[in-house]
Ligand binder design. Structure first.
Ligand code: TXA
Ligand code: MG
Length: 327
């Protein structure tokens, strides 16, 4: 089938209450008609995602937000004008017509307009907003290629649209507008610096171990099977002398240790390139049956913040509030 026909076919599946995996600029999503609670329920089943974890609603045009929310605060408006289509999700007070299953019963809804031609045409052709989490089993790394989706969800989804690797490679930045000051709930593809250059300082979500405000905030989210360690040095690796260790390096590494395998996120140390490679690199290491993955720290500026957030969660290490921002 030609691309256009394939997208029409996918849209037909969505309109009939099916679920379709599709590429976005950040990661692959698993989508359903946001106004069809049964279709949305299938997403939760397939992902084995707890029902208390709400989904992001994807729109194809900024004007579509009006129908989904009570009001659009001016800071949210400014940010969507600056960064949509793109990796920014805004959390706003929802309109009553959005099914509770999408928002996990919360009075709010998370919305974004993705910057990917296939995602945008799919939403337009489906003629409905598309509720979609990342297309991975709950708690595992987000997929950045169609093959990642096929490997993990395969025949459980009605169709997988293949758009090649996702150019951003890390999930969207989530900002909530419920309080006076916007609050960063998840660092992501739009950096904090970029956001603050448009609306000034934002609050950073406190570290809520016991009561996560969003399960994407759970400490052991995005976890591979192989243990991943961030706090290490050559000395404490001695105890793993006879073990297979993989190194997830940021740049071309000068490290002389004998690692079983090596992944370099960006030879030239470019944070965008590192973000785009992150999940695929961890997956490749995870497939090698290693005893341990050690990861090099990434500078926490720009996209480095989102990368370190995912690495800390993959390692099961909750971050401290202050580590998100260096002031
Ligand atoms: O880049 C992305 O955001 C990708 C692509 C597919 O758009 N989607 C994605 O969805 O990462 P998901 O479901 O894997 O992560 C969405 C996060 C979850 O942590 C969820 O708890 C949070 O957004 N979330 C959704 N609705 C929310 C709400 N009303 N309030 C607070 N957090 C919310
Ligand atoms: Mg996810």
């Amino acid at each position: 089938m030609r691309d256009k026909e394939l997208i029409q076919h996918a849209a037909e599946i969505i309109r009939r209450g099916g679920i379709v995996a599709f590429p976005t600029e950040t990661v692959y999503g698993l989508g359903a008609d946001a106004f069809n609670p049964l279709a949305v329920a299938r997403i939760f089943e397939v992902k084995r995602r707890p029902y208390f974890d709400p989904l992001i609603v994807h729109v194809a045009h900024p004007a579509d937000v009006k129908k989904l929310v009570k009001e659009i605060p001016s800071n949210a408006q400014k940010l969507t004008e600056s960064f949509w289509p793109g990796p920014l999700t805004v959390v706003l007070l929802k309109d009553e017509n959005i099914p509770d299953i999408v928002t996990a019963g919360l009075p709010t809804v998370a919305i974004r307009m993705p910057n990917h031609p296939i995602a945008l045409s799919l939403i337009k052709e489906s003629k409905c907003p598309i509720a979609a989490p990342s297309a991975n089993p709950f708690g595992y790394l987000s997929p950045t290629t169609a093959e990642h989706v096929r490997d993990q969800l395969g025949d459980q989804v009605d169709l997988i649209l293949d758009g090649g690797p996702c150019p951003v490679g890390i999930e969207s930045t989530i900002l909530s507008f419920l309080e006076e000051k916007p609050r960063l709930l998840r660092p992501g593809g739009v950096s904090l610096e970029e956001i603050e250059s448009v609306i000034g300082k934002v609050e950073i979500n406190p570290n809520e171990l016991e009561k996560p405000s969003a399960p994407g905030m759970l400490p052991r989210h995005y976890a591979p099977r192989t243990p991943i360690v961030l706090d290490w040095d050559e000395k404490n690796l001695d105890i793993y002398k006879n073990k297979k260790i993989g190194l997830l390096a940021f740049q071309e590494t000068k490290n002389h240790l004998k690692f079983h395998s090596l992944e370099v996120l960006s030879k030239k140390g470019d944070l965008r390139e590192a973000a785009a490679n992150l999940f695929a690199a961890i997956r490749r290491l995870d497939a090698l049956d290693l005893d341990l993955i050690v990861a090099e720290p990434i500078p926490e500026i720009g996209l480095g913040r989102a990368i370190m957030d995912r690495l800390r969660r993959a390692s099961g290490k909750q971050f401290a509030d202050s580590s998100l921002r260096s002031e």
